[in-house]
Ligand binder design. Structure first.
Ligand SMILES: Nc1nc2c(c(=O)[nH]1)N[C@H]1C(S)=C(S)[C@@H](COP(=O)(O)O)O[C@H]1N2
Ligand SMILES: [Mo]
Length: 387
């Protein structure tokens, strides 16, 4: 396989690790620091010149530095309309539409509703082998439950849909029957009233114990635990409750998947919205200590408990990896796998996850009836070099 051998230094691993989280307590299942006689085994599948920085506002996470939590300055980041600048002291979250009492809530008002922590990871629905799975990260978020905000303002009986508008906006060409209309639009996403009043949706003000960075949506972002990145609206400025479905570009057109499904014995083509994450596991890092090799990786999904992760080296048998117990429902789940006896030269490694409902991570062949590129949760074979 072509490509340069990417060196990842011991220092980069330590820098990327939990050490960066300051006072945060280490969870029992955090990855251990490298031992003195343990080396990083280089992957050979990174394209030439691969780097994490994609521009001032866009970054991939280098999954070789995988740990329980992704430091804020390494958290992957992307958006469509650039970064808005928001003064946290003057900030007011507008809550409007079909509510009993429209409100303008300061950050202190929000904190007063009761703060909790939530461990949640997510990936961009466009994440795949093409970006070396770097559009994924995991964080500890602090904030308030959306249901507590909605209870505060009171939701009217005819409310059906809750729309989240970011402060970010730009001129968009809205296409309609062959013509385009340039209008200024905010990034907007919606969820149903049933989804919005469930316990999970979360308005975060902090990541890993510090206020949100502008990249992650300062001062307020929505976290939909177990969902892809797009619904996790950053810089939330307005929550608007309405009866009609919201059909904005980033809800109704930009984040869709076209795939075949067998319905009543017939193949039907369905376009579905990007919501819950599909089951994915990835081998992120391989280390070596004497004759023992260890692979580490992560699993992301919608929070359904994981039954197993299996690893296959050099097209041998699928063998069970260890998924540590007690990892939080919506966090990414770390797994590890040990083996020995690897000969010098290039090798392959791939993982596949299975959930407790028997859902198995697909191969890329299994995804042949998925025509659009989002939601690519295919097994991702990696190559690495033993010197
Ligand atoms: N306001 C706003 N929120 C947004 C976006 C955006 O363009 N504007 N992009 C979404 C997409 S597509 C992704 S993948 C995630 C990325 O979040 P991150 O930058 O914290 O990783 O933000 C989501 N939230
Ligand atoms: Mo995304």
């Amino acid at each position: 396989m072509a490509g340069t051998t990417h060196e990842l230094t011991r220092r980069a691993i330590l820098r990327g690790g939990v050490a960066g989280l300051g006072l945060m307590a280490l969870p029992g299942w955090a990855l251990p620091a490298l031992a003195q006689d343990q080396q990083i085994v280089p992957f050979t599948d990174y394209p030439d010149g691969w780097k994490t920085e994609r521009g001032p506002e866009s970054r991939l996470f280098d999954i070789r530095t995988l740990d329980a939590f992704t430091p804020a300055d390494q958290f992957f980041t992307t958006q469509h309309l650039g970064h808005p600048t928001i003064d946290g002291a003057a900030f007011r979250l507008q809550v409007t539409g079909l509510v009993d009492r429209e409100a303008a809530l300061s950050l202190d008002d929000l904190r007063g509703l009761g703060q909790i922590d939530l461990d949640a990871g997510f990936e961009c629905s466009g994440n795949s082998a093409r970006s070396m799975q770097g559009l994924a990260s995991n964080g500890r978020w602090t904030g308030v439950r959306l249901q507590d905000v909605l209870r505060q303002v009171g939701v009217k009986p005819n409310a059906r849909e809750v729309v989240f508008f970011g402060a970010d906006k730009g001129t968009e060409e809205v296409e309609f029957r062959g013509r385009t209309y340039p209008v200024e639009q905010h990034y907007g996403r919606s969820i149903s009233i049933a989804q919005a009043t469930a316990p999970e949706p979360f308005l975060a003000t902090a990541l890993n114990g510090a206020p949100l960075t502008v990249h992650q949506g300062f001062p307020l972002r929505l976290i939909m635990p177990g969902w892809y990145g797009a619904p996790n609206v950053k810089w939330v400025a307005n929550i608007h409750v309405q009866e009609d479905p919201y059909l904005g570009k980033y809800q109704a057109r930009w984040y869709r998947t076209l795939r075949a499904e067998t319905i009543g014995g017939e193949q039907m083509w369905k376009e579905t919205a990007i919501t819950r994450m599909r089951l994915k596991s990835v081998v992120a890092r391989v280390t070596r200590q004497g004759d023992t090799l260890t692979a580490h990786g992560f699993v992301l999904n919608d929070g359904t408990p994981i039954r197993s992760v299996e690893v296959r080296v050099d097209n041998g048998p699928w063998t069970a990896a260890t998924v540590a117990a007690g990892q939080n429902t919506y966090a990414w789940k770390l797994f590890s796998y040990n083996w020995s006896g690897a000969s010098p030269g290039e090798h392959t490694i791939v993982s596949r996850a299975t959930d407790i409902n028997g859902g198995v991570q697909p191969t890329s062949d299994d995804l042949a009836t998925k025509k659009t590129f989002l939601e690519d949760n295919a097994q991702h074979e990696r190559t690495f070099m033993i010197g």
